[in-house]
Design a protein around this ligand. Structure first.
Ligand code: AMP
Length: 210
């Protein structure tokens, strides 16, 4: 199964990707996590990406395309993968297509902008492994620590309200056109994001079986 998860920031792509990847035993690939790791490690790519990420803008397509081609070429992707947060522009989607990377299905998780702002204010991420939590919808056992690896949970800098509005604007302008792109190829399934994580998961699996 080669899947793409589409949706606004905070729609629940990362959370659903973690669940699907465990159930189907395929890797979940988040360009956001790859970029944050590069920023943390101070690599050249991280230094270039930081100002875009912090201001809620998209990192240039060529950087993303090279990350994704390299990552999808690794052996663990041979049996399938879930792309979380990529592609985010039509140029990226076209590059994936041109590289001969087949996609089976694109799941678009729809959540209204007002709910996104509320959700992102409660989001916490593990500073060590990147796992995602929410103070209300998906709390960790210890509010300061990651259930998976014990790493410290932090608020992402780009989850601050002013940056969230810019990210939503960027989403509507540059990423939402991908719905038409994949609908035209008969690959799009739309799922309404629910308050409860498990309810969204049930809809996602229903869409995958259809
Ligand atoms: P995310 O964790 O997916 O919300 O990504 C966090 C930030 O990383 C985004 O706001 C962008 O600045 C950058 N980013 C992640 N994935 C992409 C992508 N596919 N294209 C461009 N920028 C990206």
């Amino acid at each position: 199964m080669r899947l793409i998860l589409l949706g606004a920031p905070g729609a629940g792509k990362g959370t659903q990707a973690e669940i699907i990847c465990e159930k189907l035993s395929i890797p979940a690939i988040s360009t956001g996590n790859i970029l944050r790791e590069a920023v943390k490690n101070g690599t050249e790519m991280g230094q270039k990406a930081k100002s875009f990420i912090d201001s809620g803008k998209l990192v240039p397509d060529e950087v993303i395309i090279s990350i994704i081609k390299e990552r999808l070429g690794e052996p663990d992707c041979a049996g399938g993968f879930i792309l979380d947060g990529v592609p985010r522009t039509v140029v990226q989607a076209e590059a994936i297509e041109k590289a001969g990377i087949e996609i089976d299905k694109v799941i678009d998780i729809e959540v209204a902008d007002e709910a996104i702002v509320k959700r992102l204010s409660g989001r916490r991420v593990c500073s060590s492994c990147g796992a995602s939590y929410h103070t209300i919808y998906k709390p960790s056992a210890d509010p300061t620590k990651c259930d998976r690896c014990g790493g410290e949970l932090i608020v992402r800098k780009d989850d601050e309200p002013s940056t969230v509005l810019e990210r939503l604007r960027t989403y509507h302008e540059q990423t939402e056109p991908l719905k038409d792109f994949y609908a035209a190829r008969g690959k799009l399934a739309v799922v309404e994001g629910q308050e409860e994580v498990a309810d969204t998961t049930a809809l996602v699996f229903k869409a995958l079986e259809a």
